[in-house]
Write a protein that binds this ligand. Structure first.
Ligand code: PEP
Ligand code: MN
Length: 337
């Protein structure tokens, strides 16, 4: 971090700042020009409140040269992290297909879809039990009963399962869930993130509806700083001014994240576009951009789905898509299970 001191400040005030910086365990490298003084802060500046320094009268400007996230930073962990989810690996050369309905609706529905997506090549099963809906009058999910049904589908098919947590008080229900999803609306629920950081479950951390990549990585940092290093990032589109799609898929986030972090990155083309017919092209684009996997909403009867029918594809469309992506994977240096 670099702090530029305003011209004409008295030494006493500058000294107070020096002493405060040193009290944070940092060293200072000073450069003095004819009319300027620059303090270079050396050490772990991730705990320094940049806005506090910026607000001091004697400070002209402050620049961070090191990112505020440490555990998630590729600088300190140059190799890709490989996260093993019940034998299925995320990151590095590995590629995973997660598929299933937006919401678990009944035993027949979840088991039927689980079998169909498995036959088509899916390696993990998704399904929402606790649903974050914009309206309190919309279907809220089958909640604990939904998790029970998802566990039945897991037992029946042998597929590891992914489902969303909204309240840390429900954590006991997630004991046999393989990946706990933190949805877009909870990306900055910091108390939830801290508690999940104390677990040893892989966490699928979706990008917030209107969050920057750095804010997203800081949320990963909340989980990791509590000791849980198993974080998988999921780009699911961000809110923009464009109304033709539900969200705008930020494909450039994938290569940017690959530079900045060692964590696996997957893409959700379903929530990103909101339209079933865009799921295939957005999936192919995501693979081309370097994604480590996809999470796709698949429903056997999208027209009757209780949630997100318009963006759900049918099992046979999913099977066609998997075939195309399987052809692409060697071109991007990836292989599926
Ligand atoms: C979901 O996966 O069904 C979901 C609600 O996703 P998001 O949090 O990305 O909106
Ligand atoms: Mn959904």
């Amino acid at each position: 971090m670099i702090v530029v001191i305003r011209q004409g400040q008295n030494e006493k005030q500058i000294n107070n700042l020096r002493n405060w910086i040193k009290s944070l365990g940092l060293e200072i490298h000073e450069s003095r020009g004819e009319n300027s003084l620059i303090l270079g802060l050396i050490g772990d500046t991730s705990k320094v409140d940049i806005d506090l320094i910026r607000s001091l009268d004697i400070v002209e400007s402050v620049m961070r040269i090191q990112e505020p996230y440490k555990n998630a930073n590729r600088k300190f962990h140059p190799e890709d992290s490989i996260i093993d989810v019940s034998g299925h690996k995320f990151g590095g050369r590995h590629f995973q297909y997660i598929a299933g309905p937006c919401s678990i609706e009944s035993e027949a529905q979840i088991i039927g879809i689980a079998k169909a997506v498995k036959a088509a090549g899916a390696t993990l099963l998704r399904g929402g039990a606790f649903k974050p809906r914009t309206s309190p009058y919309s279907f809220q999910g089958l909640r604990a009963d939904g998790i029970e049904l998802l566990l039945k589908a897991k037992a029946e098919t042998g597929m590891p399962i992914v489902t969303e947590i909204m309240n840390i008080n429900h954590l006991d229900l997630f004991r046999d869930v393989d990946i706990i999803q933190v949805g877009a609306r909870n990306m900055q629920n910091f108390e939830l993130l801290k508690e999940l950081g104390k677990t040893r479950k892989p966490i699928l951390l979706k990008r917030g509806l209107a969050n920057t990549i750095e804010e997203w990585l800081m949320s990963a940092e909340y989980i990791m700083s509590e000791g849980n290093m198993e974080v998988i990032l999921c780009e699911r589109g961000i809110r923009t001014f464009e109304p033709y799609t539900r969200n705008t898929l930020d494909l450039s986030a994938i290569p940017i994240l690959k530079e900045r972090t060692h964590l696996p990155v997957i893409v959700d083309p379903s929530h990103a576009s909101g339209l079933a017919r865009l799921v295939a092209p957005m999936s192919l684009a995501a693979v081309g951009a370097g994604a480590d996997g996809l999470i796709i909403e698949v429903h056997n009867q999208p027209e009757c789905a209780l949630c997100d029918g318009p963006q759900s594809i049918k099992p046979d469309a999913f099977a066609q898509l998997v075939k195309k992506i399987d052809i692409m994977l060697p071109l991007v240096g990836k292989e599926r299970d």
